[in-house]
Design a protein around this ligand. Structure first.
Ligand SMILES: [Zn+2]
Length: 347
């Protein structure tokens, strides 16, 4: 046999035995049989040999190729078995081991409540939107018909962010209502949107106040939207959330951005109306739930809607309040204490 070929064939078993992966085997195979191999070079050179020497080299090449292919394939089969064995050993299950349990958490009651509220409104055709928590005064106050003299704008109530430029007055939104403005600026009527999210107030922490809490805002605007639509929608919401027996009551109220405005109360689900000493309603028979009203025409002016052609209603509810009323939770701080004994009651 051609000495160069003999050398390659002789060295091949050692090289192949050292191979430990299929990728490595592919490299060695290319080295032995590929375009740059000794075999390929001799194959190319065969044309330049004298005619009488060609058949001998041709035979040698054929024989060497067959031997090398056989060696490579034998190693490949062995390697595949080795790899399968390695995997099987690594994956072997020890059935005597104790089960490995991954403790699974659950969504916080506040987020469960937000989800449930949004689902009720989505079933009525509303869309869910979120807005920025850092706002400018225009969206949080001015466009919502809240004049510069309004007490809510004072630093004792609102958390302002000091970037050194009082003209833009950045602040942490005190309600989810700014998203009413942002949504109407970006959409033509009719609109039906609910906005869940965090809101911020300069409040001192006590059993019923946190400086950060959650609201769900709602807005419906279109032609001929009436107060009766507001009542029907919110009564449907109250019954979906607290149960079909729930009664609702609207009391006159005031908000700068709605006219007329109302507070919605629901009948106490625990005593069903005025049991003296009821620990849920304190014997009142009613539970305060949310604020609502017909969108003030000045708000429509601020977003470029024509108050003569569209009307609408808006409502805003505190999520912590909803959860506290429904589950008789008497201290809002429980939501942020991260006490598992509390959280585990709402899996
Ligand atoms: Zn009651």
């Amino acid at each position: 046999m051609n000495p160069q070929l003999a050398e390659v064939v002789e060295a091949a078993p050692g090289k192949l035995a050292a191979v430990q992966s299929l990728e490595e085997l592919d490299r060695v195979e290319a080295e032995l049989l590929g375009r740059r191999s000794v075999l390929a070079q001799l194959q190319k050179a065969i044309g330049s040999l004298p005619p009488e020497e060609r058949p001998a080299l041709g035979r040698d090449l054929q024989q060497a190729r067959a031997t090398l292919v056989e060696l490579v394939e034998t190693r490949r089969r062995a390697l595949e078995r080795e790899i399968a064995d390695r995997v099987a050993t690594a994956d072997r299950v020890d059935v005597t081991l104790d089960a490995f349990r991954l403790p699974l958490g659950s969504r916080h009651l506040i987020y469960q409540t937000i989800e449930e509220v949004c689902e009720i409104f989505v079933s009525l055709g509303y869309v869910v939107a979120e807005g920025p928590e850092a706002e400018i005064a225009w969206y949080n106050f001015d466009a919502l018909n809240t004049p510069p003299t309004h007490p809510a704008r004072a630093e004792t109530d609102t958390l302002y962010i000091d970037f050194g430029d009082p003209a833009t007055e950045p602040l942490l939104r005190t309600h989810t209502s700014p998203m009413q403005i942002r949504w109407m600026e970006a959409h033509r009527p009719p609109v039906a949107v609910v906005v869940p999210g965090k809101v911020y107030r300069a409040d001192t922490i006590d059993a019923s106040h946190l400086p950060v809490f959650h609201q769900v805002e709602g807005l419906m605007v279109g032609e001929d939207v009436r107060f009766s639509d507001l009542k029907g929608t919110l009564a449907h919401f109250a019954r979906s959330f607290f149960g079909p027996q729930t009664q609702v009551r609207f009391r006159p109220s005031f908000f700068p951005f709605t006219e007329p405005s109302a507070e919605l109360d629901v009948s106490c689900f625990a005593c069903r109306g005025g049991e003296p000493g009821c620990r849920v309603c304190g014997g009142e028979g009613w539970l305060e739930l949310l604020g609502c009203g017909m969108v003030d025409p000045n708000v429509f002016d601020a977003v470029g809607y024509d108050p003569k052609s569209v009307t609408g209603f808006a409502f805003g509810m505190g999520v912590e309040r909803l959860a506290m009323v429904r589950h008789s939770i008497d201290d809002i701080r429980l939501f942020v204490d991260n006490d598992l004994r509390f959280l585990r009651q709402f899996p």
